[in-house]
Ligand binder design. Structure first.
Ligand code: SF4
Length: 421
């Protein structure tokens, strides 16, 4: 059976350097499909979608709210041709009811152990309109190695260098932060995969550079330390979301090849200053994820925050504005207060103000977002800062002889000469 799995395109952040990471949700999902299913994956961000190609069944995988309208449009076209369409992925869960109007079926939850039933129903002509497993999560031990073979790998490169490969070591999160939907999706429960399975998957990836995409590694220090210890012999280099702020954990992370972390910076506290310093002291870079427009943010405090980011020498920063994605506390509260100004999901890019901020107009916040990008990158442009971060990984790889010759051209650019590893 030919199953076309589609990842709808979306507009990237206007100020961010454009690059395309290999998607993670679709390859994890593909690993759950029965053996008789032949998967044809199309990432619409990088490849055209041929609606005339013969296909038995279509799946649309949506991660982001800004993918949903395009996903619905694609589904409408296939369904007009009489081809059945099933939706899955995080954004399908966040927009389930609306998505059902464009779908033959919507799958909600985690796919491990469920797809035999879904595909058997399809073959019998008894596909259900909704498979809701949101409250019945599968055993995390069932998560197998992702099907990276469905990707057209040559498409995922930046200036000729292969992008990082994405992998996950756990699901869920113990916290429930104001702008985040993970607690709705994962039930405020941290669920680590068996370390041996994660390590086996990492070892099997033909790429020395990984992005460990777990929501946050800072969930359980003992588990983190066990994971990092097992990772050391792999000699992979990796980025991730936050790592536990304990010297013994950071030390092991560094030995395990930590390259840089994405770390949210909300305020100008000494705690944040020290936290960033501790990463740097361990040779770990930091890309700040900076969310502007919280109720506590005034124009002055945003200006102070940007100065602070320069002071603490973040390696990179990505600025976005608060966006009330469905099933977050932000959405619930702003909706209740009548402060959401747009429900057009194409506006939910995270760089457009779609709500009424508390301490300024939406227009002013929009201007401050531009100001933040301009100010942070004035002295040293984004391209230079990215190159410096890239130099860090090349140095680490040269130090342990894992530098790959296919990356020579960019290494030359990074060091301003021809690299001789
Ligand atoms: S923002 Fe991160 S730490 Fe907070 S709830 Fe979401 S995943 Fe968890």
């Amino acid at each position: 059976m030919k199953f076309k799995l589609i990842y709808p395109r979306w507009a990237k952040l206007a100020r961010q350097t454009e690059f395309h990471l290999p998607p993670h949700g679709p390859v994890v999902f593909a690993a759950t499909l029965p053996d008789y299913v032949e998967v044809d994956f199309v990432d619409e961000n990088l490849e055209p979608l041929d609606f005339d190609e013969p296909v038995d069944f279509v799946g649309i995988s949506m991660m982001l709210t800004i993918q949903v309208k395009r996903g619905w449009e694609i589904a409408d076209i296939y369904r007009k041709k009489g081809i059945k369409v099933i939706f899955g992925g995080i954004a399908s869960m966040l927009h389930a009811e609306e998505t059902m109007a464009h779908a033959d079926s919507v799958f909600l939850g985690e796919a491990e152990g469920r797809m035999e039933q879904v595909f058997a129903d399809f073959r019998r002509g008894e596909l259900q309109p909704c498979y809701n497993f949101l409250d019945r999560r599968p055993d995390i031990g069932l998560v197998g190695p992702a099907r990276r073979d469905i990707l057209n790998r040559r498409l995922y490169n930046y200036k000729g260098v292969q992008m990082v490969d994405l992998v996950h070591a756990s699901r869920g999160c113990r916290f429930n932060c104001y702008p985040c939907a993970v607690s709705y999706l994962g039930g405020r429960e941290f669920r680590p995969r068996p370390v041996s399975k994660t390590i086996a998957e990492m070892a099997g990836i033909d790429n020395n550079r990984l992005f460990i995409v777990d929501n946050s590694l800072a969930q359980d220090a003992r588990w983190e330390m066990e994971l990092f210890k097992e990772m050391i012999p792999l000699k992979k280099k990796w980025c991730s979301h936050p790592i536990e702020d304990k010297p013994e954990v950071l030390d092991l992370a560094a030995q395990a090849g930590a390259w840089y972390v994405y770390q949210a910076v909300f305020d100008t506290s000494d705690y944040i200053r020290e936290r960033i310093k501790r990463y740097h002291d361990h040779g770990i870079g930091v890309e700040g994820t900076i969310l502007l427009g919280l109720d506590s943010h005034s124009e002055d405090s945003i200006r102070r925050l940007i100065d602070f980011l320069l002071e603490i020498e973040l390696d990179l920063a990505e600025f976005t504005v608060l966006t009330p994605f469905p099933h977050t506390r932000a959405y619930t509260e702003l909706y209740r207060e009548g402060r959401i100004r747009s429900f057009d999901w194409d506006d939910y890019t995270a760089d457009k103000v779609v709500y009424q901020p508390k301490q300024m107009s939406g227009e002013r916040l929009q201007e401050l977002l531009d100001f933040a990008w301009d100010t942070f990158y004035r002295e040293e442009p984004q391209r230079i800062k990215m190159t410096k971060l890239f130099q860090q990984v090349i140095r680490k790889e040269m130090a342990d002889n894992t530098y790959h010759p296919r990356d020579r051209s960019l290494a030359g650019q990074a060091f301003g000469r021809t690299a001789r590893p």
